[in-house]
Write a protein that binds this ligand. Structure first.
Ligand SMILES: NC(=O)c1ccc[n+]([C@@H]2O[C@H](COP(=O)([O-])OP(=O)(O)OC[C@H]3O[C@@H](n4cnc5c(N)ncnc54)[C@H](OP(=O)(O)O)[C@@H]3O)[C@@H](O)[C@H]2O)c1
Length: 298
């Protein structure tokens, strides 16, 4: 069946991958807020519409009538969230309330995107039912967003990606892999933590899992990750190796080196048994994910 899908945050890393990985010809409406014009193409239309604008979304739901909503839009920087609590609460919590109430009114299934930031990183690996204890304000708002969604009676999924990497739009936020690549290509050193761990997730792989959920009606809560648990340092060394760049430029440092404002969880790696069993998805190895990036380099 063809779907009418609203993707909030459709220009972000995950939004971009969702649009690229949709091969069912679904009709897609993708929203964003930035100061640029995203060009509509084929079945994909872009609309600048802030998630805090409830009446704007009311009109959008009324006109477009999505049967599925993938709510990716979020403030994603822990430091920004810490310094800008009011707007972070409005976007990451009240924005979820706005979208959920419209999904309830228009009978749309909601795929809500949460985060590994809900865990404190002291008890990895994390399965879906493990206790969530955020370490910073960003994590708190992501957990509050989940709590809003869990109360609904409409069909929903909560997807918790872990550290994602992939090709972002040039006008959007970079990720650890694209940041490292832009430095290594210029022969600049990259300083990265060797004491922060996760199992990094290729954005295309996250998108595939979400489309599979939708097309097989498998909802619920899913922690999505790649296969290997690595430190950020090991991840960036793998990037240098796969893209044939100088790995001697990758310098390991400890947490605190960058004087970050807020504490980050040390190890939020996931146990991926549920995604493997229910969605029948084998997590990609780092080599597989980075190789997919390398082979689609522009
Ligand atoms: N990236 C990761 O490693 C990671 C890890 C765990 C969980 N997640 C979660 O995954 C989701 C997607 O992350 P991402 O990395 O794809 O995000 P991203 O690249 O930072 O993109 C965020 C998207 O949301 C839009 N957006 C931000 N504020 C908005 C607002 N007020 N109204 C409407 N749209 C707004 C942005 O548009 P503009 O830029 O135009 O404003 C952009 O399209 C988020 O919920 C995030 O918490 C991400």
């Amino acid at each position: 069946m063809q779907n009418k899908v609203l993707i909030t945050g459709g220009t972000g890393l995950l939004g971009k991958a969702l649009i690229e990985k949709n091969d069912d010809g679904d009709e897609i409406m993708a929203t964003y807020t930035g100061n640029y014009v995203a060009e509509s193409h084929g079945q994909v239309k872009y609309l600048m519409l802030d998630i805090r604008d409830k009446s704007g979304y009311e009109s959008l739901f009324n006109d477009f009538r999505p049967n599925v909503v993938i709510h990716t839009a979020s403030i994603g920087s822990p430091d920004f969230a810490h310094n800008n609590r009011g707007i972070t609460l409005e976007v990451n919590v009240n924005g979820v309330k706005n979208i959920l109430s419209l999904c309830e009114r228009y009978n749309s299934t909601l795929i809500h995107i949460s985060s590994n930031g809900i865990y404190d990183g002291e008890n990895a690996p994390y399965s879906e039912d493990d206790h969530a204890e955020p370490k910073n304000y960003y994590g708190q708002t992501k957990l509050q967003g989940e709590e809003v969604v869990k109360k609904t009676e409409i069909p929903f999924a909560i997807v918790r990606p872990i550290l994602m990497y992939g090709w972002n739009h040039s006008f959007e936020r970079q990720n650890i892999v694209t940041i490292a690549l832009s430095k290594l290509i210029k022969n600049e050193k990259v300083f990265v933590y060797d004491d922060v761990y996760s199992n990094p997730l290729f954005s295309g792989s996250c998108a595939n899992a979400i489309w599979k959920m939708i097309n097989s009606n498998q909802y619920g809560i899913f922690n999505l990750a790649g296969r290997e648990r690595v430190s950020i340092y090991e991840l960036v060394v793998a990037v240098a190796e796969i893209f044939n760049l100088n790995k001697e430029l990758v310098i390991p440092v400890k947490q605190g080196y960058f004087n970050e404002l807020v504490p980050r969880p040390k190890d939020t790696s996931y146990n991926t048994a549920k995604m493997e069993k229910i969605l029948k998805i084998k997590p990609l190895t780092l080599f597989e994910g980075l190789e997919k990036m390398r082979s689609t380099q522009k």
